[in-house]
Design a protein around this ligand. Structure first.
Ligand code: SAM
Ligand code: SF4
Length: 372
């Protein structure tokens, strides 16, 4: 019997400072909490031990994994190797902030088998970086990328934000241009979301910063897509652009509903059709018995999830798989599909519904039309 492989996500909820736009589960904690956190994380990994499970990718995300002492990252990776069967060609990613990376950390990551680095670059314009509360400068980001290359990391991603207040198209294009010059093989371009409860939203509500017009962001996004395409980056998902063979296997796994374990504060797992989640409260995670909240998604939830995740990718949503879940989308959404096809928003190919190349900017509106 062949066993399908699974993936592992590890959450590191620590940051050196909080960026104005971010509402991820991350904060600034003492060294003592960090130490206890990694002890608990090790305990959680051991608790889920299963050497029969093949792991095809590991993603150490956050927060900012690079903000902690590298000895912690080493321990976690070693623990994963001891408790699971990590495949030889597994993709192992770590997220890093240009402010907190250095040669020792990079060499340590390399030695433990990490083979992909994802940098939070956001922008290579110092004014833009400042306005969103980033602590790094353009120079630091460029140096971090160069240092990673020197330490023999070829598989590098840079996160870039579209829609930063005061960012115009030229500023955005210059960021991308510099990243292309640095030969970064993977770029994630996210539309900046004004999340509730963040300092950025506060500043906007108090009229200290002007909100960015959504249509402008979509226009910039479409132009950046063309620019990246011209430089042979393929958009394989709405926010993700890669050179050939540099697509992130871990992310593709999420979009294709592959099973994964999630370890750490606020982490989620998806195993045997059920979703398990950890607490998001640090004291609860550290002091309580490890207990997961379990949820079995209903058929409708599974259908919705499949449409929402798969339509964002160039691979599209599988009509047959939806039918297997009891949703005959072609029949039930005939009118909507006819309209969307006629107006060149979507097309049907090899039993998949796919979004037309120039319509990814309105993916959310298309998804809404096709949900059950
Ligand atoms: C965990 S962080 C990346 C690593 C590191 N913490 C850093 O920021 O340098 C993940 C990414 O999520 C994106 N992100 C965070 N908050 C966002 C928001 N409100 N809207 C859009 N993207 C956001 C940023 O691009 C960020 O780089
Ligand atoms: S964007 Fe990254 S560095 Fe900034 S607060 Fe969020 S997780 Fe931390």
């Amino acid at each position: 019997m062949t066993m399908t492989s699974k993936m592992i996500y590890v959450h590191i909820p620590f940051c050196d400072s909080k960026c104005y736009y971010c509402n991820f589960c991350s904060s600034i904690y003492s060294e003592k909490i960090k130490k206890n956190y990694f002890l608990k994380l090790t305990e959680e990994i051991k608790l889920n031990k299963n050497k029969n499970i093949n792991i095809s990718s590991i993603y150490i995300g956050g927060g900012t994994p690079s903000s902690v002492d590298e000895k912690y990252i080493k321990t976690i990776i070693e623990e994963l190797y001891k408790n699971f069967n990590i495949l030889k060609n597994a993709e192992i990613t770590i997220e890093a902030n240009p402010c907190s990376i250095n040669k020792n950390k990079l060499l340590c990551y390399k030695n433990c088998g990490i083979n992909r680095i994802s940098f939070g670059v956001q922008s290579l314009n110092n004014k833009c970086l400042k306005i969103i509360g980033r602590k790094n400068t353009k120079k630091q980001a460029i140096n971090a990328i160069k240092l990673a290359r020197k330490c023999e990391f070829n598989n590098i991603n840079a996160d870039v934000l579209i829609g930063i207040p005061n960012q115009n198209y030229l500023i955005l294009k210059n960021t991308i241009k510099n990243l292309i010059k640095l030969k970064i093989p993977h770029i994630s371009c996210y539309m900046l979301i004004n999340e509730k409860g963040t300092k950025l939203t506060d500043l906007i509500e108090n009229k200290k910063i002007k909100v960015v017009n959504e249509d402008k962001s979509v226009e910039y996004y479409n132009k950046i897509f063309k620019y990246l395409k011209m430089h042979t980056y393929c958009r394989y998902e709405i926010s993700n652009f890669a050179k050939d063979n540099f697509e992130c296997k871990h992310n593709i796994g999420y979009w294709q509903l592959k099973e994964y374990y999630g370890f750490g504060l606020s982490a989620h797992s998806f195993i045997d059709g059920s979703r398990y989640s950890n607490t998001s409260i640090m004291q609860e995670y550290l002091n309580n018995k490890l207990e997961y909240k379990k949820e079995k998604p209903s058929k409708t939830q599974q259908i919705e999830e499949m449409i929402m995740l798969e339509l964002r990718t160039v691979y599209g949503v599988d009509v047959k798989q939806l039918k297997n879940l009891g949703y005959d989308i072609v029949k039930e959404k005939k009118e909507e599909i006819d309209f969307l096809v006629k107006n060149k928003f979507i097309f049907l190919k090899d039993n998949h519904i796919k979004i037309c190349e120039d319509k990814f900017g309105v993916t959310n509106q298309i998804i809404l039309k096709l949900l059950p």
